[in-house]
Design a protein around this ligand. Sequence first.
Ligand code: SF4
Length: 347
Amino acid sequence: MNHQVPDRCPGALRPFVSGDGSMVRVRRPGGRVRVHELVELLEVTRRHSGAELIQLTSRGNLQLRALPDPLPEDLVNDLHDWLPFPDHELVRNLLASPLDDAAQTMIADVDTRLCADPDLAGLPGRFLAVIDTCGDVIGEPFDLAWAADRTDPTVGWLHLGGHGLARRVRAEDAAETLVHVARVFQGFRTQAAERGHAAPWHVREVDPAVFGVDWEARPTPSGTPLPCGPLDGGQVVAGVPLGFLTASLIQVLHGLGGNTEVTVTPWRQLVMPEHPGLGEAGFIIDAADPWASISACVGAPSCRRTDADTIGHAQRLAETGVDEPVHVAGCDRRCGAPRDARVEVLA
Ligand code: SF4
């Protein structure tokens, strides 16, 4: 499918106007962010919208809602502090296995190479690249993913999203090769545009022959999201109900110290050092907690496409309990639905 319009994924400087105002998204490759940065971002949203939360997205990004439309100049200036590569900010959708420093180093390498190439600033805002060393983020709907061989992590497979094709690539070459294939994809998009055709948004929409002949049929490995709960080594996977990282949750993080690094996962969790009071504050620290199995889109009134109170419905589900993962959506778009959840569409 070739799209007739550019994607409208929000960025820090390209807001999407929703029912509750402008929405902007700050991307952090690999999801790593320091506590003091979360505090500062909360201050930005407080100052400009009065909102008391940062929203976590299914790509591990940080989203601010209910901002003025158009964005005032001082807000744009505030957001610039978050953009080391302003031209590439829309395309830095880069996931890595949250618990593995080696995967995080590799995705940082991908980021550096991607942001060094002016042409790659033209990739679609929906483009997703993944480095997986633990069998987790490979389950996300990627365009390009390198997944380590589980028996020998010095090698792995670079997968073409949606095609069931992969190429064997050494770990040390993974970032360079992945960015090279991204360049081929963007080159195809540019040529399509020059011929007056609409450009594809995803690798799966492109004839795989475009990427050469070195690919072999290989199923994409399945990925398993991290369950909420304590980890070895004094870390914890703490879920954030509905992805709303509220001021009171951020307040608890203060106890970790401002320079502590936490990792935002694509499953609306933070991986961080264990700390007293996380559960009492509202973090999900037990996989059996009903909130660990419930997600929802923002619904009405924040989204104009529905009258349904998705958040209220999710809260009622949490009170009664669920026996399988459930995502509550306000319409057929099913925004943010996890791949393993039954989706309840309310309107
Ligand atoms: S699923 Fe529909 S109602 Fe919910 S946020 Fe997306 S567009 Fe809005």
